[in-house]
Write a protein that binds this ligand. Structure first.
Ligand SMILES: C[S@@+](CC[C@H](N)C(=O)[O-])C[C@H]1O[C@@H](n2cnc3c(N)ncnc32)[C@H](O)[C@@H]1O
Length: 274
């Protein structure tokens, strides 16, 4: 699976997708029930909305470090942190698969919707385990299999008649992300050596116009479901077919749905909570 860095869509993502994830960010923060003095790492922090919400809730001694593969995302996050005059956050470019931190550095690691895009999920989780202190907690959010199903339905309807435009059988593969149920996510986390505390999913549905729907999907997948089409004419046809199919739905809703897993690194730490 190729790495999707979100460089091309950083601004669009920040305006068209991140605001709709807000309820998910608040759910994760609620579940984490922070003391306030934790050292927190946000992996794949994007434009930094979750990071900033966590930073607001930290007290003296608490600190949030955000990292992201995309320099554009980091630039946006730094700008927002500066506007909000937050001095307990720092953002840096970095790869989840090779974290530049010592073992046992963080009390809490969060990651919202970066996991589906990383090519090596086992390495991602073993890196998190390594940088967490014993007893430290992981709050992992990942797009669930219910996400963007209206888009997948549209492509599945068109594909049999246009195999030259939509050769992918698995439409998830075509967007370049792996979608997880909470149980699948929990199994992967457990296999790495964490104890899973809780697993659940959160979904929101919102009525939307077909054009805005496609824009929202593109703000997250950078239209990579058309990457295999070099011919501009073919791209135009594929775009039109998807839009027409979405327009046929009398009421169109966009589903934002994520699987959540809360887990703990074995061992006893100072910040141990029941
Ligand atoms: C869908 S965005 C999520 C952003 C933010 N956490 C949110 O929930 O709105 C996924 C982010 O993960 C980043 N990402 C993808 N692969 C990564 C990797 N290997 N290491 C660090 N960040 C990565 C992307 O650059 C992108 O900013």
């Amino acid at each position: 699976m190729k790495t999707h860095s979100f460089n091309d869509v950083a601004e669009e993502y920040s305006q068209k997708v991140a605001p709709y994830r807000f309820s998910q960010f608040l759910t994760l923060i609620h579940e984490l029930d922070l003391f306030g003095d934790e050292k927190v790492l946000d992996i794949g922090s994007g434009p930094g909305e979750l990071s900033m919400e966590i930073a607001k809730r930290l007290a003296e001694g608490g600190f949030l470090q955000g990292i992201d593969l995309s320099p554009q995302m980091i630039e946006l996050a730094r700008r927002i942190a500066q506007q909000q005059k937050r001095d307990n956050v720092s953002f840096a470019t970095g790869d989840a698969l090779a974290l530049e931190f010592e073992n046992d550095t963080f009390d809490v690691v969060v990651s919202s919707n970066a996991f589906p895009w990383v090519p090596d999920r086992e390495k991602f989780l073993s890196e998190v385990l390594r940088v967490l202190k014993p007893g430290g907690r992981l709050g992992l959010v990942a797009l669930s299999d219910r996400c963007y199903r209206e888009f997948f339905d549209a492509v599945s309807q068109i594909a049999p008649e246009h195999p030259e435009l939509f050769p992918h059988r698995q439409t998830q593969d075509s967007i370049g992300a792996r979608l997880h149920t909470p149980n699948e996510l929990a199994r992967l986390v457990e296999k790495t050596g964490f104890s899973v505390i809780k697993r659940f999913s959160v979904s929101t549905e919102e009525p939307i116009k077909a054009e805005a729907y496609v824009e929202r999907v593109n703000a997250i997948v950078s239209e990579n479901y058309l990457d295999h089409l070099n011919n501009n004419g073919q791209r135009g046809t594929a775009r039109r077919l998807i839009l027409d199919s979405l327009k046929q739905k009398k009421d169109l809703y966009i589903t934002e749905s994520s699987a959540f897993v809360l887990a703990r690194k074995p061992g006893w730490g100072l910040n141990y909570q029941i």
